[in-house]
Design a binder for this molecule. Structure first.
Ligand SMILES: [Fe+2]
Ligand SMILES: [Fe+2]
Length: 254
């Protein structure tokens, strides 16, 4: 597909994280893992957009969604082929300890997409924001990839398509909802923000839960362990003599 407008500029947040992205992508093994994961994201996204083409009743959208899905499948193949090439030349086969996925995620966030039950306008608003996020991140990933021209070329090629996706979804949204397309965009923005908050809250809850368990283990358990040990010391070893008469009851042990 051909892009109708110039490339999207990366957001201030993505630009601010450029040194982090440069560091994340500098390791070959990490690059392989990330490219493979991006490949899955693109292919999954393509599958969802194919479903969107099936359920829409708008003939123009169906055709655009089909072309879009083909693009996403192709992106998946491009990422996978590049990962395979890097794997061939990579000296180490060990998986990297830190992949920085939450700092350098796949482009789209299309994993949040729920195709069935969505109207054309809400689908287009969601797709537009997802493609815009992809274009922003892929611009930064391309720019930090000077040390690896073939991977940089892959990002450059995919970025071209993502920019087109970003533009056509906005144009179509304005066509199907000329009056309320801004409201749909804000709705989609709030929904993405809410999902991002939920993801952050889940991650924080996991960290806090681990910290609380560690505090319980090191602070609360030792006194109980000490009391149990003291009780064990007080307990005489071996058989205990029972005073006569104590063993007569059939209701209790002693
Ligand atoms: Fe893509
Ligand atoms: Fe895309």
């Amino acid at each position: 597909m051909d892009s109708a407008r110039p490339h999207e500029r990366p957001t201030a947040f993505d630009r601010m994280l450029t040194p982090v992205h440069r560091w994340i992508w500098s390791d070959t093994d990490r690059r392989v893992q990330k490219l493979l994961r991006f490949s899955e994201t693109e292919t999954d996204g393509g599958r969802d957009i194919l479903r969107a083409a099936e359920v829409t009743s708008d003939p123009l959208l169906r055709r655009l969604y089909l072309e879009h899905a083909i693009d996403e499948f192709r992106h998946g193949i491009l990422f996978r082929h590049r990962a395979a090439e890097l794997l061939k030349v990579s000296a180490s086969r060990s998986s990297p300890g830190f992949d920085g996925d939450w700092l350098a995620p796949g482009g789209h966030g299309l994993d949040d997409l729920q195709v069935d039950g969505e109207s054309d306008s809400s689908m287009l608003a969601f797709l537009h924001l997802s493609e815009k996020a992809a274009a922003s991140r892929f611009t930064v990933y391309r720019d930090v990839m000077q040390h690896d021209p073939p991977t940089r070329a892959v990002f450059e090629e995919i970025l071209h398509d993502e920019t087109f996706h970003m533009n056509y979804t906005l144009t179509q949204l304005a066509r199907v909802e000329p009056e309320r397309h801004r409201r749909h965009l804000w709705g989609a923005r709030l929904s993405r923000l809410w999902k991002a908050y939920l993801r952050l809250a889940t991650a924080l809850a996991g960290i806090l839960g681990s910290m609380l368990l560690a505090i319980q283990y090191f602070v609360l358990l030792p006194p109980f362990a000490w009391l149990a040990k003291r009780a064990a010391h007080r307990e005489g070893s071996g058989w205990t003599m029972v005073s006569p008469g104590h063993g007569d009851s059939l209701d209790r042990q002693y």
